[in-house]
Design a protein around this ligand. Sequence first.
Ligand code: TRP
Length: 463
Amino acid sequence: MQSSQAAEAGKRKSLHGHWSSRMAFVLAVTGSAVGLGNIWKFPYVVGQNGGGAFVLVYLACVAIIGMPVMMSEILMGRRGRRNPIATMALLGDEEGRSRNWKWVGGMGVLGGILILSFYSVIGGWTLSYVINSASGLFSDATATEITDIRNGFIGDWKTIGFFHTVFMALTIVVVARGVERGLEQAVRFMVPALLFMMVILLGYSISSGYFAEGLAFMFAPDFSKLTWDTVLAAMGQAFFTLSIGMGAVMAYGAYLPEETSITSASATVALADTSIAILAGLVIFPLVFANGLDPADGPGLVFITLPLAFGQMSGGTFFATVFFVLLSFAAWTSAISLMEPAVAWVVERFNRTRAQAAVMIGLLIWVVGFGTVLSFNELSEFRFWRGTIFDNLDHLTINIMLPLGGVLIAVFAGWVMCRNSTADELGGTGAIYKLWRVLARYVAPIGILFVFLKAVGLLPDLS
Ligand code: TRP
C-alpha cells in the first residue's frame, strides 16, 4: 500500500508546469531568499548586535536550522506537487495521518499575504529611492536634509501608497505570467544582475579606504557581545532570510523536476543567500565607517545613512541609483515568492487562470497594504497590542507565524512522513539523510520553538 502510493507520488505532475532546469529552480529560490532581509535588514541587525560574533551565530543557524527546514519544505512540495494547502492535506492522507495538516499550509498562504502587504510598502519605498537617487536629490545633502526627505516620504500616504501600488503591480504582472514564462525569466535575469551590481558596489567600497574596518567589524568576533538575545536575533534572521516557514519554498518545490537533488539545491541556495548578505555587509560597513556613521543606527541604515554616504562621494548619484535598483530587484523577486502559494491555491481550488488569481490575490494584498501605508502617517497614533498596524503585522507574521510554521513543517517532514517517503525524495538513507533527519526531528523544532517562545515573551531572561 505504502509503496504503491509512493510510486504514484513519484508520477504526480504539477498543474503549473515545471522549472526548465535545476538551475532555474535554484535561481528562483535564491531570488526568493535574497531580498530586503539580506540587504536592508542583515546589515542593520549585524550593526545593532556588535558585528562578528553575531555573524558567526547566524551562519551556524543557517546551517543547522535553516538547511533542514528548507530541505523539508522542498521535499514536501515536490512530493505533493500542489499548493501548500493541498500538498499538506494530500501528504497527511497518504502517510495515513490527518488531512488537517492542511491548516499549516493555510497559515502559510495567509502569512504570505500578510507579509507581502507590508513588504510591498518597503519595496515601494526602495523604488522611490531609485528616482530620488537618479535625480541627484541626495548629492551633497546633509543628514538633516536626508531625514527630512525620508519623513516627507513616509509622512504622505499618497506618495507611499503610490509606490506601494507600483510595486504590487510589478509583482502581479510576473506572477500572472506563470512558472515558465513569468517567474523563471524574471529570476534568470534578476539574480545575475543582482550579483553583478553587488560586485560593482564591492569594488567601490574596497576603494573607500575603510574596507579593513568593515571587514574587521563583520568578522572579528567579540564574544563578550554575545547574549541570548543576540543568539536569538541571529536565529530569527537566518529563518526570515531563507524564506522558510510559510510554504513559499514548498510552492516552488512543487515545480521541481524529479531527478534534481534537493540537498545540493538547498545548499546552493543557502550559500548564495548567505554570500549576498555578507556581500551587502561588506558594501555597507566600509561606507558607514568612511563617513563616520553609526553601524548600530537601526532600520534607517539603508534609507538614511546610505544616501548620505553616497551623496558625499564622487559618482555618488550613479552608485546610489545602482544600489536602489539592486534593492528593488531583490525585493521584487522575494515578493513574487510570497504571493505564489496563495495564487497556486486559488488556481487549483477555484479553477481560475493564473492571471485571474494573481489579480485577485494582488488586489487583496494591495488593499491590506494600506494598513501599513497609513501606519506611518494618518494612523500613526492608532496603536494597539504591539503598536501601529504595521508593527502588529510585522510581529504577528515574522515572530509568530513563521516560527510556528517552521516547527510544524520540520515536525511534518521528520515525524509525520515515514522514513521511506523522505528517503525517497532525498535520494537514499546515507549519512546526509541521517543528519537531515536528526536536524529535522530534534534540532530544528527545538531551536525554532526557542526563538518563538522568546518572541512571545514566554521565556525568562537567561542572561
Ligand atoms: N527572504 C526574503 C528576504 O530576505 C523575504 C521573503 C520572501 C520571505 N519570501 C518569504 C520571508 C517567505 C519568509 C517567508 O527579504
